[in-house]
Design a protein around this ligand. Structure first.
Ligand SMILES: O=C(O)CCC(=O)C(=O)O
Length: 255
């Protein structure tokens, strides 16, 4: 598949830990998926799968509950770009909707993702963050600390814990930062180790992101607690089961 990823973009990803890919889906597709997502959030009863927090409302593994959103999560282009950037075969780990409420959603604090996930030394993890509407700075686009995917000694920082990263590693405040506004259908791919955050939503519109997370296909389950794996009865050290965590090469198969 022609993913449109050039050698220069690959170098940029390796160097900074993040790249922007324009129009991974079209504006029209983004508008459609946004509508589906907002309807799903609205029709999901309180106490159900949506976690409501000050920074965003989060629906984990939404691909398993909604066939239309499944087609976005298992989008062949997203999978192909992920494998190209990682340089190894990858599988879906999970997806999530991250929706910031109009006017009142707070910033998402700087954190790394991979430390939150139950894998023993995966060779690569990454997220595709797809904007389902225009997402300028004021609507809560993401910022990344360029090159911080090489930093390995940080603790697990919560997405609401605003000042913690500065306490843990004060010099990071002075590293170059990339703030990446996205148009509807644009996407950032970020390394699971990069420090990243998102701004508050100061606009009158929801900020809806569909985030697809992929992991090294060979990664072993570590046994660390995680909402996606806790109920699956996996043994620490085993490979992630293909039927539940589809490898990119098998993306036509439903989980
Ligand atoms: O969208 C956000 O507010 C944060 C997203 C994020 O942390 C992620 O996709 O890893």
């Amino acid at each position: 598949m022609d993913t449109g990823i050039s050698e220069q973009m690959l170098d940029e990803y390796r160097h900074n830990g993040i790249i922007k890919v324009e129009q991974v889906i079209t504006r029209e597709e983004a508008a459609h998926y946004r509508e589906v997502t907002l309807q799903l959030l609205e029709s999901t009863p309180k106490g159900g799968p949506v976690n409501y927090a000050k920074a965003f409302h989060q629906y984990v593994d939404v691909w398993r509950d909604n066939d239309m959103l499944q087609s976005l999560t298992l989008h062949p282009k997203v999978g192909a770009i992920a494998e190209q950037l990682a340089g190894i075969p990858m599988r879906l780990w999970h997806d999530h909707t991250l929706a910031k409420e109009p006017s009142k959603a707070q910033p998402t604090a700087f954190h790394q993702d991979q430390i939150k996930w139950p894998f023993a030394k995966p060779r690569h993890t990454l997220s595709a963050w797809i904007a389902l509407q225009d997402t300028p700075v004021e609507r809560g686009c993401m910022s990344f600390i360029a090159g911080s995917h090489e930093v390995e000694d940080l603790p697990n920082i919560g997405t609401g814990d605003q000042e913690r990263w500065k306490v843990e590693k004060p010099d990071l405040e002075w590293w170059p930062r990339l703030t990446v506004p996205l148009k509807a259908g644009d996407c950032t791919f970020h390394n699971g180790m990069i420090m990243h955050a998102a701004g508050a939503n100061l606009t009158q519109e929801w900020r809806v992101a569909h985030v697809v997370i992929l992991v090294d296909r060979e990664a072993a389950y570590s046994g660390q607690e995680h909402v996606v794996t806790d109920s699956l009865g996996l043994e620490a050290g085993q490979r992630m089961p293909d039927d539940r965590f589809p490898p990119v090469e098998k993306y036509s198969v439903k989980g």
